[in-house]
Design a binder for this molecule. Structure first.
Ligand code: KG4
Ligand code: ZN
Length: 334
């Protein structure tokens, strides 16, 4: 009961996420999304996202507090995503976090969005093994991270050199005439198709690095659709594209585990909701003797709980709070 209560604020993209934890117990996780306003543009519009965060911030904090049965004065610390993400969107969260921290007289922690995606898993599966390997795959990032201690040291091993994995799903969905965001639609369509029907390229699969590339695959699918037009099987194209993505993702994740002698793999980010990625990762982890941790879909996509969870780790580790002058940094390195 003496564990500190941390309120986490996430505004790096289109989601205004407010999470509240007591230690590593989740008390509330409330999200307002402006995705509906972006869908007709086929992608997130930064200016629209920033304004939506501004409108949603205080009501979302209030509803998280109500859900947790707390008053704002019960909060012991504020954590906020300081980057990476959309500059204007981050600014809204960081400004709100400073105001709450100053008004309440509690410490402020500016955190890295990617590290928060890793930390969130503790809320569902308990303490993180030290070290663990994390693969974060979303619309904005595709990264492999070595995590000796999420509060103190997170090391980037590789990332995409072009499109993020979720971005590839969204772009291919567009080519196939599916709505934005396209990942879930491709996942669904693929269930009726064969992943081996069409041999799409596996970018950088065997180049010995831990980096990814998905733009060649996206182009190959677009070319295939152009060429085969009316006669193509949507389920086969979806399944074969999806197979190419998850084959490379899981291969590289397990190569990273082997290279660094790590036996725990965590997958996070919106693409971690993909059913084929979950299945193939489990299969390959079992074969390699690696334990797999994947948070439930609601914790994989952007949310405030992940920021609060990392804030709790920083408090626990005795890490010094951030200054109230901390900037929002759209390209904050890990
Ligand atoms: O983490 P997230 O909600 O937001 C960020 O991009 O940070 O991830 C959204 C991405 C989108 O690209 C979406 O198409 C993808 O995750 N996604 C999926 C699935 N569900 C969401 N991709 C493949 N299969 C899914 N089931
Ligand atoms: Zn994210």
């Amino acid at each position: 009961a003496d564990q500190p209560i941390v309120l986490g604020i996430e505004t790096s993209c289109d989601e205004t996420g407010i999470g509240i934890v007591r230690g590593h117990t989740l008390l509330a996780d409330t999200i307002a999304s402006s995705m509906e306003e972006h869908a007709r543009f086929g992608g997130v519009v930064p200016e629209v996202a920033s304004r939506a965060h501004l409108d949603a911030m205080i009501p979302t904090v209030e509803s998280a507090l109500a859900k947790a049965g707390l008053r704002v004065t019960d909060i012991d610390a504020i954590a906020v995503t300081a980057g990476p993400g959309l500059a204007g969107a981050l600014l809204v969260g960081v400004a709100a976090a400073k105001a709450y921290a100053l008004g309440l007289g509690v410490p402020l922690y500016g955190v890295n969005h990617l590290a928060a995606h890793v930390a969130v898993d503790q809320l569902e599966h308990g303490p993180l093994p030290k070290p663990c390997l994390a693969m974060l795959v979303s619309g904005g990032h595709s990264s492999l991270l070595l995590v000796p201690d999420v509060a103190k040291e997170v090391i980037s091993l590789g990332s995409t050199v072009d499109d993020a994995a979720g971005e590839a799903f969204d772009k291919v969905a567009r080519v196939l005439g599916l709505p934005f965001p396209g990942g879930p639609h491709i996942d669904r369509a693929a269930r009726d198709g064969s992943g081996t029907a069409i041999a799409f390229p596996r970018g950088k699969a065997d180049d010995g690095t831990l980096d990814f590339s998905f733009s060649g695959l996206k182009t190959a699918v677009a070319r295939y659709v152009e060429k085969n037009g009316g006669s193509l099987s949507l389920p086969d194209v979806a399944a074969s594209f999806q197979e190419a993505v998850v084959d490379v993702l899981t291969r590289k994740a397990l190569a990273a585990c082997a290279k660094h002698d790590v036996h725990d793999l965590l997958i996070g980010g919106g693409v971690a909701a993909n059913s084929r990625l979950r299945a193939l990762a489990q299969e390959r982890c079992d074969a390699a003797g690696v334990r797999l941790r994947v948070p439930r879909p609601g914790l994989c996509t952007d949310n405030g709980a992940m920021v609060a969870a990392l804030g709790a780790n920083l408090l626990e580790a005795g890490v010094a709070p951030s200054q109230l002058t901390i900037p929002a940094d759209s390209s904050l390195p890990i």
